[in-house]
Design a protein around this ligand. Structure first.
Ligand SMILES: C[S@@+](CC[C@H](N)C(=O)[O-])C[C@H]1O[C@@H](n2cnc3c(N)ncnc32)[C@H](O)[C@@H]1O
Length: 173
């Protein structure tokens, strides 16, 4: 079981990419969050509070510079490599200059199947959840995602790595 502690670090609006399911970022920042997810049923599962929109992260239906921050909490692992790149470039497009992108995700060597069990501490609340999938060709690490963020115009400000997961904090421009 991986233990993750999240605190409120961001101010202003937050676009949460793949924000359905447990809706962890929505729980943390409430009404400031616009949670987008490609599956309506995942959004229906997530708690009320954020604005929820069924949308593909690779084709965001927002104008340039719409958000102060963007987050992806264990969602990019469900994207193909090409779609990860598209989603990160789209995040860069819709963030205002100086905006923040935060990514939490799993280190994956093989995914046949892959499963990560998390205990998430959100201020005074605790959640246990598991994220998993099956994809024989899936592999990802912090450096690949960080490289993609840099190609999209982000500056890497902080990188944390543990045995099973990583966290990236980037700013636009
Ligand atoms: C592990 S789940 C949800 C994690 C979520 N952030 C949470 O707090 O529990 C990953 C989500 O990414 C969504 N997703 C996958 N591909 C997507 C895409 N292209 N655009 C938007 N959402 C996508 C899935 O539908 C799924 O709900």
């Amino acid at each position: 079981m991986v233990c993750l502690q999240l605190t409120r670090e961001l101010t202003g609006s937050v676009l949460d990419i793949g924000g359905g399911g447990e809706g962890i970022i929505g729980r943390l920042y409430g009404k400031n969050v616009t949670a987008i997810d490609i599956r309506q049923e995942e959004l229906d599962e997530a708690p009320e509070g954020p604005t929820k929109l069924c949308m593909d992260a690779c084709h965001l239906e927002f104008p340039e510079e719409s958000f102060d921050n963007a987050t992806a909490f264990f969602s990019l692992m469900y994207f193909s490599k090409e779609d990860q790149k598209r989603a990160i470039f789209e995040a860069a497009r819709v963030l205002r200059p100086g905006g923040t992108l935060q990514i939490w995700d799993a280190k994956i060597e093989v995914a046949n199947p892959f499963l990560i069990d998390l205990q998430i501490d959100l201020c005074n609340e605790h959640f246990c959840t598991s994220y998993g999938f099956y994809n024989e060709n899936s592999k990802q690490n912090a450096n690949d995602i960080a490289e993609c963020c840099q190609q999209a115009g982000f500056r890497l400000v902080r990188k944390e790595e543990r045995e099973e997961w990583f966290f990236l904090h980037c700013t636009k421009g």
